[in-house]
Design a protein around this ligand. Structure first.
Ligand code: NI
Length: 182
């Protein structure tokens, strides 16, 4: 396993739509393992393949440190097959937008269909933080960042700051995430 470099916004790689995985084989499993290690090292509670520069529909999650029982999930081709009418508001963060947080409104509960590590079709119903994290990661596969759900004014402010930091060659350094960093 290996810790992979995480791409930070603004970067065109993060805006691309990722391609479906044909079959979960050893290559995809290796990617899942590397992504898990990268996510835990960051630390974060979710990571999508485009964030490590891979244009495949693969996500990993583990929200257990924040909420609920241990739950390490590895998914290929995840899709939301049901979403609740009622919404939830969470303060979201993202490993690709370090040190920036914003309140985002999303459906409070979802059902997701995906391929697991054994290439088996599974369904998962989730609410709470896991439901939010699943939607955030699946957004990444469609080139959508959490800042795309907030006002253009706030989004541009965050992206401008990130661009400035990139140009200054600043590293993220030691940081204690305040919100849900996915
Ligand atoms: Ni993210």
């Amino acid at each position: 396993m290996a810790v992979l470099p995480i791409i930070t916004a603004p970067d065109p790689v993060l805006k691309k739509v990722a391609s479906p995985v044909e079959r979960v084989d050893d290559d995809v499993r290796r990617l899942m393992d590397d992504m898990m290690e990268t996510m835990y090292a960051a630390p974060g509670i979710g990571l999508a393949a485009p964030q490590v520069g891979v244009g495949k529909r693969v996500v990993v999650l583990d929200v257990s440190k924040r909420e609920g029982p241990p739950l390490a999930l590895q998914m290929a081709n995840p899709e939301i097959v049901w979403a609740s009418d009622d919404d939830a508001i969470y303060e979201e963060g993202c490993l690709s937008l370090p040190e920036h947080y914003a309140e985002v409104t999303r459906p409070a509960a979802v059902k997701v269909r995906y391929l697991d590590r054994e290439d088996e079709i599974r369904e998962l119903s989730a609410d709470g933080l896991l439901a939010i994290c699943l939607q955030h990661e699946i957004d990444h596969l469609d080139g959508i960042l959490f800042v795309d759900h907030i006002s253009a004014l706030k989004r541009n402010m965050i992206l401008r700051k990130l661009l400035k930091e990139k140009k200054a060659g600043a590293t993220s350094g030691d940081r204690e995430p305040a919100g849900a960093v996915v």
